[in-house]
Design a protein around this ligand. Structure first.
Ligand SMILES: [Zn+2]
Length: 313
């Protein structure tokens, strides 16, 4: 990694080293004592501009992973010129996942109604999870559990989160509760998890359960040190990893550039996975670019399950 990038990360870490505005000591203490803090509402956090800024910075890292931050200075991609078909005549495939669904019905419904088979990653124990999952399945969309996992920033991952200090029984019981929260699902991806995904024993526990249930795993890659794909491979769990986050930045140019990177990855590897979030800008962007994408860019959007076992992972 470039020294400049390391310096930038050090600055960000230093700026975020005091979590006091958002994470009172009581939360950490309660968790260490084994008490549930997962249902603690984000609404009770003080909404100071400083806290918002810290959270935004951390979420950016949590969602981007370190390696993606390193790409920020890359110039915009040139518009695609050649059609994307490879030598075998196979059109490159792009899987798109929208994470963090379940809190808001209207946003989730817009994902179901996208003019391409976008996958819904729904947070367990959220108000609209069951309704959205049911409607998505009825519309033929793929639904996966967006599994909350401990991050390295001490942010609350939300209800049902898996933590590093859980013993295996607690871990598995919590996991099962999440997997059965809102009806049948095809797979799982991680919400946050920049800490937990780096722990091989916990990833082994997770994959053993997914294997038993024949569920696939999409590694959101919130840490460059993630062990999830290795554990999945060892346990025979179908898996694929996120290539690009669509909306770390929400400006039209940033969205366009990130989407362009995902198309380029798909052309290069045959398949790519793009993850976005239910921001107004993200949904509007996808509603605009997905119609006619195949003809325009030579890349087809497919359900995430179709990507498994294809291309280079
Ligand atoms: Zn998430």
């Amino acid at each position: 990694m470039k020294p400049l990038v390391l310096g930038l990360l050090a600055i960000v870490l230093a700026a975020c080293s005091d979590p006091a505005p958002e994470f009172p000591a009581s939360e950490q203490t309660a968790r260490q004592l084994g008490k549930s803090v997962e249902t603690r509402s984000p609404a009770i956090r003080p909404a100071t501009p400083e806290a918002d800024h810290l959270r935004a910075e951390w979420m950016r890292i949590e969602h981007a992973g370190w390696e993606t931050l390193a790409q920020q200075d890359e110039p915009p991609l040139e518009p695609a010129t050649a059609a994307g078909r490879d030598d075998q005549g196979e059109m490159p495939a792009l899987g798109i996942i929208i994470d963090d669904l379940g809190h808001n019905y209207a946003r989730g419904r817009r994902v179901i109604d996208m003019p391409a088979p976008v996958t819904l990653a729904i947070l367990p124990h959220t108000a609209m999870a069951a309704r959205l999952a049911k409607e998505a399945s009825a519309a033929g969309r793929t639904v996966i559990v967006h599994l909350p996992m401990q991050n390295g920033a001490n942010l609350s991952p939300g209800p049902g989160a898996l933590f590093a200090d859980m013993d295996r029984d607690t871990f598995t019981a919590t996991l099962e509760d999440n997997l059965e929260d809102f009806g049948p699902v095809a797979g799982v991806n991680n919400h946050m998890g920049s800490l937990l995904t780096t722990l091989r024993p916990q990833m082994n526990w997770l994959m053993a359960e997914l294997r038993e249930r024949d569920l696939f795993f999409v590694d959101s890659r919130t840490s460059a040190q993630t062990q999830a794909a290795f554990a999945a491979e060892e346990h025979g769990v179908a898996h694929i990893s996120r290539d690009v986050f669509l909306d770390n930045e929400l400006s039209p140019v940033a969205l366009q550039n990130a989407f362009g990177r995902a198309l380029a990855e798909a052309r290069e590897k045959g398949v790519a996975v793009l993850i976005g979030h239910p921001h107004e800008q993200t949904l509007a962007f996808l509603e605009r670019v997905l119609p006619g994408l195949e003809e325009r860019e030579g890349v087809r959007v497919v359900a995430i399950g179709e990507l498994l076992g294809q291309g280079r992972r």
